[in-house]
Design a protein around this ligand. Structure first.
Ligand SMILES: C[S@@+](CC[C@H](N)C(=O)[O-])C[C@H]1O[C@@H](n2cnc3c(N)ncnc32)[C@H](O)[C@@H]1O
Length: 317
């Protein structure tokens, strides 16, 4: 097993690595990417720097898009969950702190410009209303038409296809989606609540299971390979496993990789979410878990340091 390969079994593979290295590590053709990248809003992800200049951030976005292209099967889909716009940028005081900029960044448009230029085929945009507007502070001019700021509480899920919209290998494959689900989810405004860190081992920016669940059932077949390049607490890989897909996840933070392993295992044999705060039990980690996971387990690394994250229950990534 490669050193970056943190865990591997019949259904799931977790890499402790930068997603830009995926082309040298992932051996299966990927049929679906479901992901929520860091938004560069100064979140404390441990290892990752979430406070780059906007230009540097966009150049990272481009590098991600370049790397993922190499993994995709013809007809693959890429679903990226991002906010419509942002107004936060670094203030140089480390992760977790940010200042408001004087202008908004149209993040959705910038992502689209980059992905279209890289050759991804635009498929659709789903608007997700997560119904949680906490810490509203950016009013602009309060009760005055001088310069009011309107907050958009809806996030976008930008969907692209690779090479062709239609899956060329669809014959004989099953999606495992019910009629009512298809009718409802193919209308592109979705309403469900965001995730709370307390339910996912303290990860400050997990998306709810409902998000990858819908995307996976709508856009992939049973038996497909589903990748989350920013797997975090492992929502996507756990859901892929629950839905009969092979899940691959990348993250650069070992504590998140440990949690993702536990979640993937628990999805089959437990409640769907491991106990919180989750401290891996070395005995429970099977022979499939390599030395990195055992090290994380022995050190009981998990999440105690970020449980008290100052942004509380904000689901925004
Ligand atoms: C918004 S969170 C994803 C949360 C995930 N959807 C979940 O449900 O838990 C972004 C994640 O990307 C990880 N990350 C940041 N830069 C990365 C990179 N270059 N490669 C892989 N993971 C990265 C962070 O550690 C963080 O866990």
């Amino acid at each position: 097993m490669d050193d970056a390969s943190f865990y591997e079994d019949e259904h799931t593979q977790i890499f402790l690595a930068d997603c830009r290295t995926a082309p040298g590590l992932v051996e299966k053709p990927v049929h679906l990417i479901v992901t929520s990248p860091p938004y560069n809003l100064g979140k404390d992800y441990g290892t990752a720097n979430d406070q780059l200049s906007y230009e540097r951030y966009l150049s990272d976005v481009e590098e991600w898009g370049i790397a993922w292209k190499e993994l995709l099967a013809p007809g693959a889909r890429v679903a990226i969950n991002i906010p419509v716009d942002t107004n936060g940028e670094r203030n140089g005081r480390g992760n977790g702190s940010r200042k408001l900029t004087s202008s908004k960044r149209f993040l959705l448009a910038d992502y689209h410009r980059i992905f279209e230029r890289l050759g991804y085929i635009y498929n659709t945009t789903i608007l997700w209303n997560e119904g949680n507007v906490s810490r509203r502070t950016a009013w602009g001019s309060w009760k005055s038409a001088s310069d009011p700021w309107v907050t958009t509480p809806t996030e976008a899920i930008l969907v692209y296809s690779w090479r062709t919209r239609k899956r060329p290998d669809a014959a004989g494959k099953k999606s495992g989606i019910w009629r009512d689900e298809f009718l409802k989810w193919s209308l592109g405004t979705w309403d469900f609540a965001g995730e709370s860190p307390s339910r996912v081992g303290g990860h400050p920016a997990a998306f709810p299971r409902e998000l990858p669940r819908r995307i996976i059932r709508l856009f992939s077949f049973i038996g497909d390979t589903v990748l989350d390049p920013f797997n975090g607490s492992g929502t996507t890989t756990a859901e892929a496993r629950a839905l009969g897909r092979y899940g691959i996840g990348f993250d650069i933070e070992p504590t998140y990789c440990s949690y993702a392993v536990a979640r993937a295992q628990d999805i089959c044999f437990g409640s769907g979410n491991p106990p919180d705060p989750y401290v891996p039990d070395p005995a429970a980690l099977t022979k499939n878990v390599n030395k990195n996971a055992r090290k994380a387990a022995r050190g009981q690394l998990l999440f105690t340091s970020i449980d008290g994250h100052p942004e509380g229950n904000q689901p925004t990534r």
